[in-house]
Design a binder for this molecule. Structure first.
Ligand code: ZN
Ligand code: ZN
Length: 427
């Protein structure tokens, strides 16, 4: 970036952020409103309606019902590049235990028909609020920038289906092609901190339901059976060798069998077992090899046990790799550093969590970057750090105790989006 462009960016950012305090006043209200009324994946109708209403108020062209509950606001402001920023809207089936005055007490019916508690335990309420704030700030200061800003509110991140649903719902045909895309996530780092990372930042995630077939029999007559419980145990142990024996030391791979279910009684040998496995990778070649290994090992164990039917593999909750573009990330990191200062902007490193955001930029073939926004009370974090108890004392995303502080989390997340957008939208 040239000196002149950098100066222009800095002055545009200052102009756009003049309204931050006014925006923060309604943001706190909206944040609490969404926090108290969390909605499960693909049920985000109230949150979507709220986002759409605000965007219309700000003067955006608004598309609704994309991928069931997705909302997109488009602000065309003359010549220039097109920037897309995305927020996810869904909450989790968690019983909130934060003790906050605005804690959720709601329940909802999930896809399986079960009534479950619902809470914003992953801060998607903050993501929505920050993006709405940035959308307003940009709409109020059109003279300070040029181009097109797209604010995208995505359903169902937690089940890995929302980004794809929006693309399948015609996103590509209905919005101008962006040049670059951004997303952010509130994480358990101290509020005030912003973490960026070049290259892979979140792992690709795959879940697999493996059905192993045996032959049922009375527990007293094992010779009449093909015991799927023993078969499942052998498979679980065998799968452990994929990371320990087949993956090159230093290469990242996680394979967890999180559920193993078979039978219901001590004296009946069941006729099948179902395993639920989850894998995380940063490299698509490693991912492919692991999936091949899983299938090979499971088939071979079934054969060795004399299984009457081949095993079945059902892939679900598949998350793409989040692989931050180096050029875009460098630009955004230095813009963050010049605004927030050097110290608050840290290297996020690679996280083993997963996200479906990258499905959107990947569908357009455009570069993107994804950063983390600290949300924990900084004093509380420091005390835990001094005591060497960060892992024990600081609740992380998805915990029933996860309770980001409202400020400076919201204003930092809002500013980060504005800064990132203006880095590309400066005149
Ligand atoms: Zn989450
Ligand atoms: Zn999340």
């Amino acid at each position: 970036m040239t000196e002149k462009l950098r100066d222009q960016t800095t002055s545009s950012i200052a102009e756009v952020l003049t309204g931050l305090r006014e925006t923060a006043a309604w943001q706190e209200r909206v944040y609490k409103e969404i926090h108290t009324h969390p909605e499960l994946s693909f049920q985000e109708t109230k949150t979507a309606a709220l986002a759409a209403t605000k965007l219309k108020e700000f003067g955006y062209e608004v598309l609704e019902g994309l991928g069931r509950t997705g909302v997109v606001g488009i602000l065309r402001n003359g010549e220039g590049q097109t920037v897309l920023a995305r927020a996810d809207m869904d909450a989790l089936p968690v019983r909130e235990n934060t003790g906050l005055p605005y804690a959720s007490t709601l329940t909802a019916v999930d896809d399986s028909g079960n009534t479950v508690n619902v809470a914003h335990a992953c801060a998607h309420d903050a993501h929505v609020t920050c993006l709405l704030g940035a959308a307003e700030l940009l709409a109020k200061t059109r003279q300070s920038w040029g181009g097109t800003f797209i604010a995208l509110f995505q359903p169902a991140e937690e089940v890995a289906g929302g980004a794809k649903a929006m693309i399948d719902g015609g996103l590509r045909e209905r919005i101008p092609k962006p040049d670059v895309a951004f997303a952010q996530h509130v994480l358990a780092y101290p509020a005030g901190k912003i973490g960026t990372q070049t290259g892979p930042v979140l792992s690709a995630g795959d879940s697999i339901r493996i059905t192993l077939y045996g032959k049922g029999a009375h527990g007293s007559m094992p010779h009449n059976s093909v015991d799927p419980v023993v078969l499942a145990a052998l498979v679980v142990l065998r799968l452990q060798t994929i990371v320990s024996r087949e993956t090159k030391p230093g290469e990242f791979a996680v394979l967890t069998v999180g559920s193993s279910i078979a039978g219901s009684k001590s004296n009946i040998i069941p006729d099948r077992a179902v395993l639920l496995a989850n894998l995380r990778t940063y490299d698509m070649a490693v991912r492919r090899r692991m999936i091949d290994s899983i299938e090979r090992m499971v088939k071979a164990e079934c054969e060795a046990s004399g299984s009457p039917r081949p095993p079945e593999f059902d892939y679900f909750d598949q998350y793409p790799l989040t692989d931050n573009h180096p050029g875009v990330t460098d630009r955004i990191t230095s813009a963050f550093r010049s605004h927030f200062g050097k110290e608050p902007v840290f290297d996020l490193g690679r996280l083993t969590a997963s996200e479906d955001f990258s499905d959107i930029p990947n569908a357009f073939g455009i570069p993107y970057t994804y950063w983390g926004v600290g949300g924990t009370d900084p004093e509380k974090y420091q005390r835990a750090l001094d005591a060497g108890r960060v892992e024990q004392d600081i609740p992380v995303n998805h915990s029933e105790f996860f309770a980001p502080v409202i400020e400076p989390t919201l204003s930092n997340g809002t500013q980060a989006l504005v800064i990132a957008a203006l880095t590309y939208l400066v005149k």
